[in-house]
Design a protein around this ligand. Structure first.
Ligand SMILES: Cc1cc2nc3c(=O)[nH]c(=O)nc-3n(C[C@H](O)[C@H](O)[C@H](O)COP(=O)(O)OP(=O)(O)OC[C@H]3O[C@@H](n4cnc5c(N)ncnc54)[C@H](O)[C@@H]3O)c2cc1C
Length: 376
């Protein structure tokens, strides 16, 4: 068992068992610490954004509409995912599927300008790092036979997608096996910014996503709606994005001939079910990707909120021994490993990784000097 620089395993409470909470708990347990994970909802009926997400890990696709920091963090995460999944999968009977053979961007002939613009934006942002490349119709047919009717496509090598629902379940199992204490149906309340539980732990890490809004006035939710379909008629290996002047769509393959289609992005904190308009737009855009998708069965629709700060950048906020990690917006799977890795290294060894100064916000100058666990 490893020890922290403080010479002993730490007692750490993690509040919120979504993506960040589960990944962090798993990493800290592997480092030899004692972890208690508290979740407001039920483990059997997850309501986290992590459960709703398509789980693409797509730094190139995102760079055209995000700050450069998201790209750099995303590339670092892209390197961590295979390593972490191989550690996780070595303990599992049924491995978590991870596709990292890149993604494909297409547009219908009448929208070709959208695709050209996307390539131009990529080149402008990434310059020499832009390794995207055009596929002609024949090459596209080799990559994805069911997209062969598109005249061309843009290929984004290295981009990935993960079977997130299986991942979330496996993480919870492993946390239990490593001795983590997991408690669901337990909403944890912070009073005046202090966590009632604090006295029992060296550190408390707030991973409540939108659940921490009242303690983070700058945090907002961005509504996203998705649709799940099932069909044996169309086979896609890569995540596919459709460029369109009004609604952009992605299709991400999941196990058992299923695909997740998404996603709307609406500045609203309304969590009610998908609207008729969004249903029609997603379904008709999907149908144009391949008419055979018309016979796909709609097996689920889902709505959730992406937790975001005004700058749409992730943030670790340090307030003494209470640490919050939030604001992953639509980049949770893209950014979580690098965020969690930085925080876990910091808690374990006090080390501040490469991106630490870009990520950390201190509650006050006094906190900057006193980031230390409570002695118990
Ligand atoms: C439609 C949609 C599609 C997305 N697609 C992608 C994608 O393709 N790629 C990507 O990188 N990201 C994607 N995301 C974003 C990603 O899902 C989020 O960024 C990520 O889930 C945020 O992780 P989190 O752990 O902060 O929050 P969450 O995953 O929401 O977890 C927060 C957890 O805290 C719990 N909680 C809340 N309040 C309390 C309380 N008081 N006490 C205890 N527990 C509490 C909640 O129940 C929840 O389980 C998508 C999001 C949406 C909505």
């Amino acid at each position: 068992m490893t020890r922290s620089t403080f010479g002993r395993p730490l007692e750490i409470a993690i509040v919120g068992a979504g993506l960040l909470g589960r990944l962090l708990a798993w990493r800290l347990l592997r480092q030899g610490h004692r972890v208690s994970l508290f979740e407001a909802g039920s483990f059997d009926q997850p309501r986290s954004a992590a459960h709703t997400a398509a789980a693409m890990i797509s730094p190139l696709s995102e760079v055209v509409s995000s700050e450069p920091l998201v790209y750099h963090l995303g590339m670092a995460s892209l390197a961590l995912w295979p390593q972490w999944l191989s550690e996780l999968n070595s303990d599992l009977p049924s491995p978590v599927q991870y596709g990292n053979s890149g993604s494909i961007v297409v547009a219908h002939a009448q929208d070709a300008a959208e695709l050209q613009q996307f390539k131009y934006d990529l080149q402008t942002r990434l310059q020499h790092d832009d390794n995207s490349r055009w596929l002609d119709q024949r090459e596209l047919a080799d990559y994805e036979p069911d997209l062969a009717h598109f005249p061309q496509a843009l290929y984004l090598p290295g981009e990935a997608h993960v079977d997130n629902r299986h991942l979330l379940g496996c993480l919870l199992n492993q946390i239990g096996k490593l001795g983590g204490h997991c408690v669901d149906n337990t909403p944890v309340i912070f009073t005046n910014g202090e966590l009632d539980l604090l006295g029992n732990f060296n550190y408390v890490v707030d991973c409540r996503g939108m659940g921490s809004k009242e303690n983070h006035p700058g945090l907002r939710g961005v509504r996203g709606e998705v649709m799940w379909v099932e069909t044996g008629e169309v086979r896609l290996q890569h995540a596919v994005r459709l460029m369109h002047p009004r609604y952009k769509l992605y299709v991400v393959p999941k196990p058992q001939q299923r695909f997740i289609i998404g996603a709307t992005e609406i500045e609203s904190e309304d969590r009610s079910p998908i609207s008729l308009q969004s249903t029609l737009e997603l379904a008709s855009a999907l149908y144009t990707i391949n008419p055979a998708l018309a016979e796909a069965r709609v097996i689920e629709t889902d709505t959730n909120l992406r937790p975001a700060y005004a700058d749409n950048l992730p943030r670790i906020t340090v307030n003494g021994s209470c640490i919050s990690i939030n604001g992953l917006y639509r980049h949770g799977y893209l950014l979580a490993p690098v965020m969690v890795d930085h925080l876990a290294q910091f808690l374990d060894q006090g080390s501040r990784g490469h991106f630490w100064n870009n990520l950390v916000h201190h509650h006050s100058e006094a906190d900057r000097a006193s980031v230390a666990p409570i002695s118990r």
